[in-house]
Design a protein around this ligand. Structure first.
Ligand SMILES: Cc1cc2nc3c(=O)[nH]c(=O)nc-3n(C[C@H](O)[C@H](O)[C@H](O)COP(=O)(O)OP(=O)(O)OC[C@H]3O[C@@H](n4cnc5c(N)ncnc54)[C@H](O)[C@@H]3O)c2cc1C
Length: 314
């Protein structure tokens, strides 16, 4: 077991055995061995530089695209809090701390006549948005991305450009142990009224079609290759995942306290009593059923992290 003595000193908060379920939208999952909430980028860089390179590190945002397994996460989980909720505007560029919520970025930008409306209904943080190349309603992070400041596992601070991020549909090539601390996004100019009305229409559309008030992590599976919602080359998908799940008769399918939402069959929800094991097992069952019916193997969009069982005592 990793003890405090085996970890570097820091100015931020370092806490043992923190239950992570409360930090995830699904409300499932076991504890982090250690949860580190850095005081600032320099604190994070120093901590990682001095941390034994054998200690695993996992970065989380606000957990809106995560299933944390019931055994929790070994090593150090890094979560960026208030010090990383910064935002300033330089001309048409938004410079945003990675802990800032997407929705706040969208609304703040709108007041300045800068259009990041698509972020308004995505419930994550900017770090998670870049890592996942989050998007909806025909726009995604890659359309606006300029640079990301990251701290590497050995504690150096680097600025990465779009080529280094290698964006694709709901995907970037960012290394799993790199922590994004700040992001620069380029915005188009538009009237505040037009952006606000657009954001309002997205909110209404979401509410009508998705179970947004539930314990969920958004789309469970990526749309399979072939179908395109934007027409772009890197965003083409033949079938929508929700339609395959629906046509396989799995809308509303349950396993323990986990369910494929009756409102949107590609959203998995925790009815209140689900374990991470229920959720993952339901997802795997859906993948197998869809494959048997359509010969399409769905790919998880939700990131699953951690271990199924806690480490044995002693
Ligand atoms: C109701 C609902 C609707 C949603 N709708 C959409 C949608 O329309 N479009 C869409 O794209 N997504 C959607 N999502 C999924 C989710 O909101 C996005 O993927 C979001 O970008 C995840 O951000 P997060 O901060 O919650 O990241 P987390 O879920 O905490 O983490 C996701 C991944 O990002 C990594 N990560 C997080 N922060 C950092 C960081 N600072 N540095 C490096 N890596 C990091 C994690 O390691 C993990 O691999 C939805 C989710 C919900 C619950």
């Amino acid at each position: 077991m990793l003890t405090r003595a085996g970890l570097p000193s820091c100015r931020g908060r370092l806490s043992p055995g923190v239950p992570l379920a409360n930090f995830s939208w699904m409300r499932v999952g076991g504890p982090a061995d250690w949860l580190f909430q850095p005081a600032d980028t320099r604190d994070l860089a120093r901590f990682l530089r001095l941390l034994d390179s054998n200690v695993p590190v996992f970065v989380m945002g606000v957990g809106s695209n995560l299933i944390i397994r019931d055994g929790g996460i070994r090593g150090v989980v890094i979560r960026l809090g208030r010090p990383f909720m910064t935002m300033r505007f330089e001309g048409q560029t938004a410079v945003v701390g990675a802990g800032m919520l997407d929705a706040r970025v969208a609304t703040e930008a709108a007041t300045r006549g800068l259009d990041l409306a698509f972020l308004r209904t995505i419930p994550g943080s900017m770090g998670g948005a870049v890592k996942m190349n989050a998007g909806c309603y025909g726009s995604c992070i890659a359309d606006h991305f300029e640079t990301a400041t990251v701290v590497t596992r050995d504690g150096s601070i680097e600025k990465l450009d779009r080529h280094q991020l290698g964006f694709a549909y709901r995907h970037s090539e960012l290394q799993a142990d790199m922590v994004i601390t700040e992001v620069e996004l380029r915005c188009e100019r538009r009237s505040t009224a037009a952006i606000e009305s657009c954001m309002e229409s997205y909110l209404v559309a979401r509410n009508q079609t998705q179970p947004i008030g539930e314990r969920t992590a958004g789309s469970t599976f990526r749309n399979p290759a072939g179908y395109s919602s934007t027409g772009r080359e890197d965003d083409s998908h033949e079938f929508k995942a929700w339609s395959l799940i629906d046509r396989a008769g799995l809308r509303g399918q349950r396993r323990g306290g986990a369910q494929m939402s009756p409102k949107h069959p590609n959203f998995m929800i925790n009815l209140g009593t689900a374990s991470a094991t229920d959720m993952e097992a339901l997802g795997e069952c859906v993948r197998q059923s869809v494959f048997r019916k359509f010969s399409v193997m769905l790919e998880w969009e939700i990131v699953r992290a951690g271990e199924s069982y806690p480490p044995a005592a002693g």
